[in-house]
Design a protein around this ligand. Structure first.
Ligand SMILES: C[S@@+](CC[C@H](N)C(=O)[O-])C[C@H]1O[C@@H](n2cnc3c(N)ncnc32)[C@H](O)[C@@H]1O
Length: 361
């Protein structure tokens, strides 16, 4: 196997990336700003998380009262199932719990629950978190974790990258509210795109550019070290079906003529017109900020458009057939599935239309 492929294969199996507390807090603040009661009386499930490793559990436990939660459930995946090198270090939290079991600690998943003031200090916080061992290893697909899913109102986590499709199906089949981290390229998966098109899944508040930084447990795949912690940058973004304000902000755009005259993109400025695909009835718009505000037909845009997608401003028609067969929304000539211009294909295009053309110049 060539070196690049080897690295790719290794990364594909590496699911041990841990989300930073401030990234979680910043994202949650967007939903709270939009609706301060968004989590009120809700059962929150974090199904790939335990307090030793996961800031999701920490965030919701620390903010239990502020968010007026009903219950926080968080489950962890057994150490032996994670496939991490090295020995398991029993934590103080585990050892001092009367339920600690040496035989189970590495091979069983755990179920952490926070619902009441257990230690009698008149507040509910992380100190009241209790745990018990699960029957199995905590796989989210198991019957016992699926039961917890059914009990939950909102499912919030950064799931294993390698199981993202399955994880999303697991959530949507139960019709749950969710807030997840996933790789931005997954928007063209056949399990994801139809949800985006039907406005059942959209981008979270955090902007896509720059990806997200995670703590990694893989010492062979580190981008930088911050305060002694190995960090990895991944093109990850938030996906959700909870509303937030940024999603309703109108994208400011110029007319087609003004773009052709003044666009900051040299690929557009000075051209006579926008390019039209040979095989799709749509124009190519390679940059989201160069979408002409007065064009009535279909436009092919990069997937990063979804970071700016406002459902009151645009309609998503489909995506190119090279991303998913049968998804192009009736504008394809049925021949080459790639979006072709001057004999060259454009990568990963989504087709959109303005919802209404406004008469402003
Ligand atoms: C990307 S990490 C994120 C961890 C944590 N949610 C966070 O953001 O800090 C995904 C976690 O899911 C766990 N995991 C992998 N396969 C799983 C499965 N089938 N069921 C439940 N958890 C799993 C991994 O061990 C890993 O800890």
């Amino acid at each position: 196997m060539a070196n690049a492929n080897l690295t790719k294969a290794k990364n594909a199996k590496n699911d041990e990336f841990y989300t930073q507390y401030h990234d979680i807090e910043r994202e949650m603040n967007a939903y709270l700003e939009y609706n301060s009661n968004v989590f009120k009386d809700k059962v929150i499930l974090c199904p790939c998380d335990d307090p030793e490793w996961s800031n999701f559990t920490k965030y919701f436990a620390q903010n239990f009262e502020k968010l007026k939660l009903k219950k926080l459930i968080s489950t962890s995946y057994a150490f032996t199932s994670k496939g991490i090198k090295g020995e398991y270090k029993v934590t103080i939290f585990e050892r001092k719990n009367p339920k600690f079991d040496k035989k189970k600690v590495e091979i069983k998943g755990k179920n952490f629950i926070l619902a009441k003031d257990k230690n009698g200090d008149n507040k509910i916080d992380i100190a009241d978190l209790d745990y018990k061992y699960l029957e199995g290893d905590g796989d989210f697909r198991s019957n016992e974790v699926t039961k917890l899913r059914d009990e939950a109102d909102v499912i919030i986590t950064n799931p294993p990258f390698s199981l993202f499709r399955e994880f999303l199906v697991w959530i949507t089949e139960a019709n749950k509210k969710f807030l997840l981290i996933g790789n931005k390229n997954c928007v063209t998966y056949k399990e994801v795109f139809p949800l985006i098109k039907d406005n059942k899944l959209w981008s979270g508040k955090t902007e896509w550019s720059g990806g997200l930084w995670f703590e990694t447990k893989n010492p062979d795949d580190v981008d930088k070290i911050i305060n002694g912690i190995n960090m990895k940058n991944v093109p990850s973004v938030w996906f959700t079906n909870l509303d937030h304000g940024r999603r309703h902000q109108e994208l400011p755009l110029m007319t087609m003529n003004d773009n052709l005259k003044y666009s900051k993109h040299k690929e557009i400025r000075g051209k006579k017109s926008y390019d039209k695909y040979k095989n799709y009835d749509a124009i190519e718009v390679s940059f989201t900020d160069a979408i002409p505000r007065d064009y009535k037909g279909a436009m092919g845009v990069p997937v990063s458009f979804l970071d700016k997608y406002n459902p009151e401003q645009f309609e998503i028609i489909g995506m190119a057939e090279d991303n998913g067969k049968g998804f192009s929304g009736g504008i394809w000539d049925g021949k080459n599935p790639h979006c072709i211009i001057d004999g060259k294909s454009k990568f990963k295009r989504i087709f959109i239309k303005h919802k209404e053309i406004k008469n402003k110049n």
